[in-house]
Design a protein around this ligand. Structure first.
Ligand code: T1G
Length: 697
């Protein structure tokens, strides 16, 4: 392997090149290499200016996150940046790809910055539960202004080169290949531009010195937009220090805040999720060079809510898709919903009309399966009844070309049973989209017994193409997400019998960090969905098993949730805000009386444990059965499919952060008090007794 940082001069310009794949992260080798090559360039009398540039697909994308849990080795990044700033010759950063975190901080330590038009810059540290730790909170406000720094640092989102240029972060936009870096450096020399150190600039932070309101407004905005996250608030505090303290004291304050955040539970959780979402596509028995099938055309069977949303995913990725249903009316209705969805996005300014028209043009309606005989993949999204699905797959198997992949969007049914009606079980797979399918990023990829490695690898590649987080799961009732969510909703309903009301249960989970509680979530999904599943499971439900009828009672009254303007809550037409309903309160009280339960006040702490611990317990069973490959896969499913708060890391990481033994002990207590539904999972019991964790190695 070549040097990860090298020096070479072209004409009068010295180039310091970082080559540390895959993203030129600032490992100790890179930090040392930059300092050494900087000294070499400074001593090179032929070099009138230096350019810091990167090989590969991107400029430095940040500190090396894999080093965070190791002792820090010198030189630390602040020392590297100080060396850049103090270089006696102009140092220019040439940015392509994404200059993120420590990468942007390093570039801000240079005297000037040029960038490719497609480059992006950002400080995403808050997404890892920390803040910029190498002067980003002190230099960015000095070059781009306090308001821009607040937005960039608290959002963690990158900005395009053009915007960075407008803000003064980038001094020159050059060409994509950065060939213009040499010319820009020569221009800096020819114009005799000064060795401008951002740390010496004061005018932009001075403006904010008498405007404390800017920080109070930022705190209020972030408390709403990033509810529950600590890091954005830390970022605001560090920027405030940049305004009110001399640079070096501000840098010290930043370092203090960074240190606190780095060892916070939230940061461990968010770093866990960062790596977990990159692990999901790594399947132990699928080699990296596994062949995949090209997906250049698709079909969706069923133009309902799910089918329409699924079709949009293909169109959004530029893949022509045929949308099939049994009547022209159904197909037209489905197309109408798709058009309305796109129009909504256009109205919000997030899609151009031209792109909408192009995408609509990629969705072709059809009534006959003959239209799809040549497509590469078919996704079935018909009614959730096994007989209907089997019929559809028999037809697909007979009509589609032999190499076509046949996928089912079933949310609970046995994919092996569906595959068995075809002559190509190796081509059959589950692609479980989450509603709304054109919005939710989670895709459960259900690997059936005979699904081939090529089919599975193709599905994983397709997930990336359609910008979904594809998680491979095994076949069982509800796979991973829905199988676990039963316990979450079941306990919420039991709590209604024991003394709580919907708004109390939901508030406890909202305050825990979910976007909404289990009962409001059920109203959104439709109470009839759970009702249908409970009726299907009734035949096999043990007679002595505790069961909450409240959900069935609501459905029997036609209260299906938001779509009928009443469920656990009431709703005004066109308004999703839940309104507590005295009728439901009366039903809860009546159910308690009917069951002889004395209602009691129930603490938020108990509500959270009763609803979240079933996720952990079932997750342990799922792991033991091999339905999920990793505990971190389960965390990703809950973060992306059910809104589990990222700053708590997902249910399995959360169990580790609370303590597996503590969770186990509480589950044992619930088991004693509430019966067999709380039987501890054997794996959980073993881990509690052996002091093991799900996600901490
Ligand atoms: N450190 C270590 N490994 C990293 C990394 C990093 N910063 N970024 C990515 N990787 C690995 C990743 O795990 C994966 O590994 C491979 O690179 C490809 O990544 C001091 C303290 C740059 C936009 O937060 O946002 O600087 O799975 O699949 O989709 O203030 O990676 O192949 O083994 O994501 O093309 C701040 C994080 C750090 C940027 C590219 N920086 N990275 O996306 O590839 S904190 C970040 C990203 C910091 C300073 C602070 C993305 C990307 P593997 P990938 P991608």
């Amino acid at each position: 392997m070549g040097q990860i940082v090298s020096y070479a001069r072209k004409g009068a310009i010295g180039f310091i090149t970082v080559d540390n794949p895959p993203v030129n992260a600032l490992s100790i080798g890179v930090r040392k290499g930059i300092v050494d090559c900087l000294a070499e360039g400074a001593a090179d009398t032929e070099a009138k200016a230096l350019v810091l540039i990167c090989a590969g697909r991107t400029f430095i994308a940040g500190a090396d996150i894999t080093e965070f849990n190791k002792p820090l080795e010198d030189p630390d990044l602040n020392a590297v940046i100080a060396a850049l700033e103090d270089c006696p010759k102009p140092v220019i950063a040439a940015i392509h790809g994404t200059a993120l975190g420590g990468g942007l901080e390093t570039a801000l330590g240079c005297h000037y910055r040029c960038a490719a038009p497609s480059a992006q810059v950002g400080l995403p540290e808050v997404k890892l539960g920390i803040i910029p730790g190498a002067g980003g909170t002190q230099r960015l406000p000095r070059i781009a202004g306090v308001q821009a720094a607040l937005e960039i640092i608290t959002s963690g989102d990158p900005i395009p080169a053009a915007k960075a240029h407008a803000l003064g972060i980038v001094d020159e936009i050059i060409d994509e290949k950065l060939e213009g870096a040499q010319a820009f450096a020569e221009k800096v020399v020819a114009e005799g531009r000064p060795l401008r150190r951002i740390r010496d600039l004061d005018d932009k932070v001075a403006e904010a010195r008498d405007n404390a309101a800017i920080f109070d407004e930022a705190r209020k905005a972030v408390a709403k937009s990033k509810r529950g996250f600590e890091a954005p608030q830390h970022g605001i505090n560090a920027i405030e220090a940049a305004v009110n303290l001399p640079f070096d004291l501000g840098l010290e304050r930043e370092r203090e805040i960074f240190g606190e955040a780095l060892f916070s539970t939230q940061s461990f959780a968010q770093r866990h999720i960062f790596f977990a979402e990159r692990q999901v596509s790594k399947i132990p028995d699928i080699p990296k060079d596994q062949s995949t099938l090209p997906i250049r055309s698709a079909a969706v069977i069923g133009a309902g809510t799910m089918g329409g949303g699924i079709a949009m995913n293909f169109a959004n990725a530029g893949i022509p898709v045929i949308l099939i249903d049994s009547t022209q009316e159904l197909v037209n209705k489905g197309l109408g919903v798709i058009k309305k969805n796109y129009a909504g996005t256009v109205a919000k300014g997030k899609l151009t009309q031209e792109k909408m028209d192009h995408r609509m043009g990629l969705i072709a309606p059809a009534l006959s399966f003959d239209a799809i005989k040549d497509v590469d993949i078919v996704v079935e999204a018909v009614f959730e009844e096994m007989d209907i699905k089997r019929e559809v797959f028999k037809k697909l198997d007979a009509i589609c070309k032999p190499e076509a992949i046949l996928a089912t969007n079933t949310s609970t049914l046995d994919v092996n049973e569906i595959a068995a009606v075809t002559k190509r079980p190796e081509k059959v797979i589950g692609l479980h989209f989450f509603s709304p399918a054109n919005v939710m990023k989670l895709l459960e990829i259900v690997r059936a017994e005979k699904t081939s490695k090529e089919t599975l690898a193709t599905a994983l590649a397709l997930a990336k193409t359609i910008k979904k987080v594809g998680v491979v799961v095994g076949v069982c009732d509800g796979f991973v997400g829905n199988r676990m969510v039963h316990g979450y909703v079941r306990e919420a309903m039991f709590l209604l019998e024991e003394g709580a009301l919907p708004q109390l249960v939901d508030k406890a989970l909202y305050d825990f960090g979910f976007p909404m509680g289990p009962l409001q979530m059920s109203d959104l999904a439709g109470l009839d969905v759970g009702w249908r599943i409970r009726k299907r499971q009734a035949a096999t439900r043990p007679k002595d098993e505790r069961y909450a009828e409240i959900g069935d009672l609501l459905c029997e009254q036609g209260r299906y949730g938001q779509k009928t303007l009443s469920g656990f809550y009431k709703y005004e037409p066109g308004n999703r805000n839940p309104i507590p309903d005295p009728e439901v309160e009366a039903m809860c009280i009546a159910e308690s009386a009917r069951k002889g339960i004395t209602r009691r006040a129930i603490s938020d702490e108990e509500i959270v444990k009763r609803c979240v611990y079933p996720l952990i317990n079932e997750g342990a069973r799922i792991l033991e059965e091999g339905i999920a490959l990793r505990a971190s896969d389960i965390d990703i499913i809950y973060i992306y499919g059910y809104g589990f708060p990222v700053f708590r890391g997902g249910p399995m990481f959360y169990a580790d952060s609370v303590g597996v033994e503590s969770v186990y002990n509480d589950i044992c207590a619930f088991h004693k008090e509430h019966g067999k539904l709380w039987e501890p999972a054997p794996l959980l019991e073993r881990m509690a007794k052996e002091g093991k964790t799900f996600t901490m190695g």
